[in-house]
Design a protein around this ligand. Sequence first.
Ligand SMILES: O=C(O)CCC(=O)C(=O)O
Length: 273
Amino acid sequence: MGQADSAFSAESHAANINRDGFTIIGDFLDAATLAEVRAGVAPHLGRHRGRNAFEGFTTERVYTLVGRGKVFECIAQEPRLLALIGRFLAPNFLLSAAQAIQIHPGEAEQGLHSDDSFYKVPRPRPPLSVSMICAIDDFTQENGATMIVPGSHTWGPVDQGALPKAQAEKRPVVMKAGSCIVFPGTLIHGGGANRSNAPRLAITYQYCEGWLRQQENFFLAIPRDIAKTMPPRVRELLGYSIWPSFMGMVTAYHPERIFDDDFVPPVAAEPRN
Ligand SMILES: O=C(O)CCC(=O)C(=O)O
């Protein structure tokens, strides 16, 4: 999928994140994987544009990407990514959202925001989620490279007062296709304006603490027959796992039990008033 593990140091990438609020993994996806991603996303494009300014009226999003093919499962459990995320989130962290984002020419810059802002825990604080955005097309100044505000992960409230400073300090993440940026849910960022004449494709995976609600309801979004074919680690990330001692249980069973052919939910098997 990418470069040999020996060249990768989760420790030094985590140090970058702690210092700057982001890190770039330059060789995250190789050319063959990029081609698989493009082929996997293509059938889902050309259908919907965003419904509001945040999604982007000239942007396409393919939600629940992890459920749309093996390559997307592999990326969800990519070992370097998970090792890095494990430096910030406790074991049993979850996948919160996975999507492709195609920003078309003419799209305006997205509002600056932070990805864990819907968890109403006052800042400054450690992140409650970690995001990865991977360039599937080269990210350039012109085509909508993600804008980030370095250092903003340590800021206090991201309110009207903080936005002028964020606007002044934002900069584009220019990177080659196959590179990804990893940043904590506290970093201020947003999609860039696309002033080029070609679309910009990216994929993004967000992970959250195992005791938080995920953005996507994967139990409903991914049919059980498809979830059953997924690697155990991916299923854990989707939520077929337990936050000790028992958060996530299925009527006192481990959620993995639902994949056993003979498992009948107790509510269905037992008398009901
Ligand atoms: O597409 C991008 O570069 C970033 C999009 C983003 O931050 C979001 O939609 O939350």
